[in-house]
Design a protein around this ligand. Structure first.
Ligand code: F6R
Length: 614
């Protein structure tokens, strides 16, 4: 969950590294550092806190390295050791000549550390990464060749890593390698880039090579050599990247999160395009590679995901069970991997992940795959590790999401679940044709309904600000919007640090109601349909305890004015489709509260966009 970047070429490296790290700040941002070749030495600069601190630190040194054309950089999300300058990367070997940046976790670092200490190495940091610096440096002493030294060292390393390494005695060279962590090479006319994610270099080139596990690449300003773990040379496959640099601009919005919330109508349009043509034509999902017979015979589905993706999966369960009458289990990946699940070749396992990199979900998927299940992945990253494990890949194409708090990727996952559930229902013939066409025609106008909500955002902002002083917040819902309550609460927690919780409203009286008094805001997701009356009664119970009541509703009932202090109206919609629109005001409430409180909306504390540690 750290970000790494590297460059060797003909252009000055400093801005390339700093710009690259800025694009990776979503991966972690508690400290950063760079190592840059300076004549026959390598200079290292580090700072604690956000990247701007490193920029400040460098402002008085820039003249020393302005002509440098090779270097590596790192932005950290601390796992081993507090965010301090000493623990920040790059780490340097005892001889002072070898530098390394690392994303991932060296699992056997304690054993390695004892061994290296016994060989005379002294450690300065508390990180696992420092073992790599000393280990490769010792190997280098033996073989005097950086690529060979890296090859020998990785044989002794266990865990997940993407590494970029330079040695002062080998000018114009960076050696990189990876296992279970992403690392991509950018191929350009001016040299070679390396990054843990595409944004690190997309500004400079859209040609890339995805390094595979255990491969080692030796990059110089004019050459790229890739070898497999046995030292055999591999011919690189250069791919054209799909993303344009413009995707990384805020386009006039104050934060990426607000921009990404506003992109949601188009995200839904994009996903529906080519798959849902009209109310009367069948849904086309060529991506689902299960045969019709297999799909018809499926008797069990498991959905695995974390965080926001887990909430999308919870709605997916509701839809598949309702539309297709197939039992669906949903579980947090981190729980799934540590118990004996009943998963076999008769189970369809659906992994949901924005990043496609989340370590817990990736491990769970690999476990299920090993048991013979068909793996369907719903992800925003068709180039990710999870996508590579997929038998069927539903790529949601939401475009790059920079804000750490997921918004448009959630809407994209939800839309994909609707398409998948309807697609399966059509094959299994479990929904009558009238219901199918009604749902499909409503889906086609979802983008306009989201646009309607966004055009009323000023009202939502006014409501949100009234509650920005609260320490706690409760969201209640029932049925298909219960996951919406969880997701709304998660959004608020993540970016405002207000203690927000989502409850199934029927559970209020079994405990949480004890917390209600005149200080507690309770937001009720009151969509017309099967649970409307029940939820209204639950809201009355909360009102009777003097809670500050907010309604998110598509109802015009005058009764609501007596019960609620603040009413946020959303367009009318079939209950089963309502999660796609009811989440939009909740994203905006979270955004406006955090923005009003002056929080770091796009990069909330302690979080990272892509969680590549278990
Ligand atoms: C919340 C959020 C996280 C992620 C979770 C899983 O806004 O973004 O809860 O949903 O870390 O990440 P992915 O979807 O990349 O597997």
């Amino acid at each position: 969950m750290c970000g790494i970047v590297g460059y060797v070429g003909s252009n000055p490296v400093l801005d390339i590294l700093l710009d690259g790290l800025e694009q990776l700040e979503y991966r972690g941002y508690d400290s950063s550092g760079i190592a840059v070749r300076n004549g026959d030495k390598i200079n290292v600069y580090k700072a604690v806190g956000k990247l701007k601190n490193l920029r400040e630190e460098l402002s008085s040194h820039a003249y020393e390295i302005q002509k440098s054309t090779s270097g590596i950089g790192h932005i950290r999300w601390a796992t081993h050791g507090a965010p301090t300058v000493v623990n920040a990367h790059p780490h340097v070997s005892n001889c002072g000549k070898l530098v390394v940046v690392h994303n991932g976790i060296i699992e056997n670092y304690k054993e390695l550390k004892s061994k290296l200490e016994a060989q005379g190495c002294t450690f300065k940091s508390q990180t696992d990464t420092e073992t790599v610096a000393h280990l490769v440096a010792l190997k280098y002493e033996e073989v005097k060749d950086l690529t060979k030294a890296v090859g020998l060292a990785v044989n002794e390393i266990e865990g997940a890593y993407a590494l970029e390494i330079m040695h002062a005695d080998e000018p114009d060279k960076i050696v990189i390698t990876k296992r279970n962590a992403p690392l991509i090479i950018g191929v350009a006319n001016d040299g070679f880039y390396a990054g843990s994610d595409i944004p690190a270099f997309i500004k400079h080139t859209n040609k890339a090579v995805y390094l595979s596990d255990n491969q080692i690449a030796t990059l110089t300003s004019s050459s790229m050599k890739i070898q497999d773990k046995d030292g055999n040379e591999v011919t690189p496959k250069i791919e054209q990247l799909p993303w344009e640099p413009v995707a990384l601009s805020k386009m006039g919005y104050k934060h990426f999160m607000l921009k990404e919330i506003h992109e949601q109508p188009d995200v839904v349009r994009n996903i529906l395009f080519g798959k849902l043509h009209s109310a009367d034509t069948p849904i086309e999902l060529e991506e689902v590679k299960l045969t019709r017979e297999h799909l018809k015979s499926l008797n069990r589905i498991q959905i695995i995901a974390c965080g926001t993706s887990l909430h999308a999966g919870m709605i997916g369960k509701y839809l598949i069970e309702d539309f297709c009458q197939i039992p669906v289990d949903i579980e947090a990946s981190s729980e799934y991997i540590y118990r004996k699940t009943v998963t076999d070749e008769h189970t369809l396992v659906i992994g949901v992940s924005q990043s496609g990199e989340t370590a817990d979900t990736l491990t769970a998927i690999k476990q299920a795959k090993a048991r013979g299940s068909h793996i369907l992945i719903i992800t925003n990253r068709p180039d990710s590790a999870m996508a590579r494990e997929a038998d069927s890949l539903l790529s949601v194409n939401a475009g790059i999401e920079v804000s750490v708090a997921a918004t448009k990727s959630y809407i994209a996952q939800l839309t994909s679940f609707y398409l998948l559930a309807l697609f399966m229902a059509e094959i299994k013939e479990t929904l009558d044709n009238v219901k199918l066409s009604t749902l499909k025609s409503e889906m086609l106008i979802l983008p306009q309904k989201i646009e309607q909500i966004l055009s009323n955002k000023d009202k939502i902002q006014t409501c949100a600000r009234k509650y920005s002083g609260t320490r706690d917040f409760i969201y209640i819902a029932r049925g298909i919007n219960y996951p919406t309550a969880l997701e709304g609460a998660l959004k608020l927690k993540e970016i405002s640090y207000i203690n927000a919780t989502g409850y199934p409203a029927g559970e209020l009286k079994h405990g949480p109601i004890a917390m209600l008094d005149e200080t507690m805001p309770v937001l009720s997701i009151l969509m017309k349909g099967s649970v409307y009356d029940k939820l209204l009664s639950n809201s009355e119970e909360a009102r009777a305890r003097n809670a500050r009541m907010i309604a998110l509703t598509n109802s015009d009932s005058p009764k609501l004015d007596e019960l609620f202090d603040c009413i946020i109206k959303v367009p009318d919609i079939d209950e089963i489709l309502s999660p796609i629109i009811s989440i939009i005001p909740l994203q905006l409430i979270a955004y406006y509260i955090a923005e009003f409180l002056g929080k770091d909306v796009d990069q909330p504390r302690n979080l990272a966009k892509s969680v590549t540690v278990e």
